[in-house]
Design a protein. Structure first.
Length: 316
């Protein structure tokens, strides 16, 4: 039975990117009343190219943010006390997609090539990977030339880059839709290269975790969100429809969102939101192995806690 309106606890969630299937679980949880049933009044704020979730939460514009662990840890080291309270995505969707005609068959073939990379925090795993391969990112015959890729796949389509950054659930399909068939592409998943870092986790400010009422609200929020993800896994097309209903820009298409939800479900992979600490440790190791320019300079302390997911399990 939903609580009376005045008894609802408000929670504002700031997404990492625009309204799309990447965030289906949250929109489904809202649409299906899972948040309301938990006594929560949840506001979901879409992100975009000009929105940094870390800045939003620092400025008091959100209680919880969806963020990638590299960006969150980098922000934490710079003084913003972000803490991971749950990790809906178990796997990374990051990959480098190359045209086969460039002759690239393995990462060793990147030498001398031009690679498109997203910045704004998304470059961290890439830089660590290149460091691991011993390739300079300053160009030249023994290194790679990095071009700052916009949030599109144009550099590959227009042959300005040999490879570009794609997510399994989004840009890869934009390449296919632009008319390059799968058999003309070579794809390197970060997950397979041992340089995967955790994406789409839920982060709050450390001070909130000192307040038992907030911990309880966050536990309810994570629980309801994961119910939303479980529903999206069982009903991907309906979940895509719910996402489209929430897309005020009208920019998303049904086919693309249906594919995205299906690919995202593989990354969530039945998670209950509990963080796998070994995956977090691996993320830290990848970030610290960035050669002369590590993303973080020391192992973080207190950057993730199980307090919220432990509370969630007690409640169930």
């Amino acid at each position: 039975m939903p609580a009376a309106a005045q008894d609802m606890t408000p929670v504002t969630l700031q997404l990492k990117w625009v309204t799309q299937g990447q965030f289906a679980g949250y929109y489904v949880a809202q649409e299906k009343g899972y948040y309301e049933d938990a006594g929560l009044d949840v506001t979901i704020k879409p992100g975009g190219p000009d929105i940094a979730p870390e800045q939003v939460i620092a400025g008091g514009g959100a209680d919880v943010i969806v963020d990638w662990m590299p960006a969150a840890l980098a922000a934490r080291e710079k003084g913003l006390p972000l803490v991971n309270i749950a990790q809906p995505f178990e796997k990374s969707g990051m990959e480098l997609t190359c045209r086969k005609e460039t002759g690239i068959e393995s990462p060793e073939d990147f030498k001398g090539k031009t690679l498109g990379v997203w910045f704004s925090g998304n470059e961290y795993p890439f830089l660590s990977w290149m460091s691991k391969l011993g390739l300079s990112t300053e160009g030249g015959p023994d290194g790679v030339t990095v071009i700052k890729q916009g949030f599109n796949v144009d550099p590959l389509i227009q042959k300005q880059a040999d490879c570009i950054s794609t997510m399994t659930y989004n840009e890869y399909w934009q390449v296919i839709d632009a008319g390059i068939p799968e058999d003309e592409l070579v794809v390197f998943k970060y997950e397979d290269q041992g340089v995967a870092t955790l994406e789409d986790g839920l982060y709050v400010l450390e001070e909130d975790l000192a307040d038992p009422a907030k911990v309880e609200a966050y536990a309810k929020f994570v629980d309801a969100s994961m119910k939303g993800w479980a529903y999206a896994a069982e009903n991907p097309d309906e979940a895509a429809e719910i996402v489209l209903d929430n897309d005020m820009t009208g920019a998303q298409t049904e086919q693309h969102q249906q594919r995205m939800v299906r690919e995202i479900n593989k990354l969530v992979d039945g998670s209950d939101g509990t963080l796998d600490v070994s995956a977090a440790d691996n993320t830290v190791n990848v970030l610290m192995s960035g050669g002369s320019d590590p993303v973080i300079t020391k192992k973080p302390e207190g950057a993730w806690v199980s307090t919220v997911t432990d509370k969630m399990k007690e409640m169930n």
